[in-house]
Design a protein around this ligand. Sequence first.
Ligand SMILES: [Zn+2]
Length: 240
Amino acid sequence: MGLVIRNLLALQEVDLQMLSLEEERAKLIESIELQTAEVERERAEVVEREARLKRIKVEIKSSEAELAETGEHVRKFEGQQVLVKTNQEYKALDKEIYEAKARRAQVEDALLEKMEQLEEETEALRQCRQKLDNEISGLERETGGADEQVRRIEEQIADHRKKRAEIASTIERVPLSLYERIFRNKKGAALAPLVNRACQGCHLSVPAGVESVLRRHASNIVTCENCSRILYVPEQEDAE
Ligand SMILES: [Zn+2]
């Protein structure tokens, strides 16, 4: 194994570590964003439920007014009935009283239903508020922890960056930029070991000539025809 490959492998190790640190950081940030969105949804639900409760209270007020009004009608007709002279008038008022009572019963039913609704909605709102409070405190707790984790990961990334610069400075420009281009394209390993004449990057066999070139001219840079990764013969195989 040539020196260039050795240095590129060292560089790749650092780059792969940085890649996974960056993924870890992205995941942390994403999970915080998801939780924040969840809290916002919960908050919107509380607002919606508060508005609904307010509407029910308004409806109850108007039902109560209506109940008082229909009750007033019943009393008014009953009062009139005492004073009537003819049977016909009496019967007419009977009908009015009957209808007013029916209306009053309807309004009463509706009012009862709304009272029940009020009770249910009040409880639902209470639970919803509690859930929101729990989520907010959970989020605060986790955000604090995640912020600290992100900060630590960023420190590690900065350390790796320094180490990377040191290694990169030992590699010539041409192989270095070839390596960097492949690493960027693959979003991962740019070097692939050759095992049993198969590229371990794409698992396809390479022509026999490739292996002998690699074994004889260790300083040559040879890429896989299929996946374009830089091929190398691993140490243990090299020694055989
Ligand atoms: Zn390959």
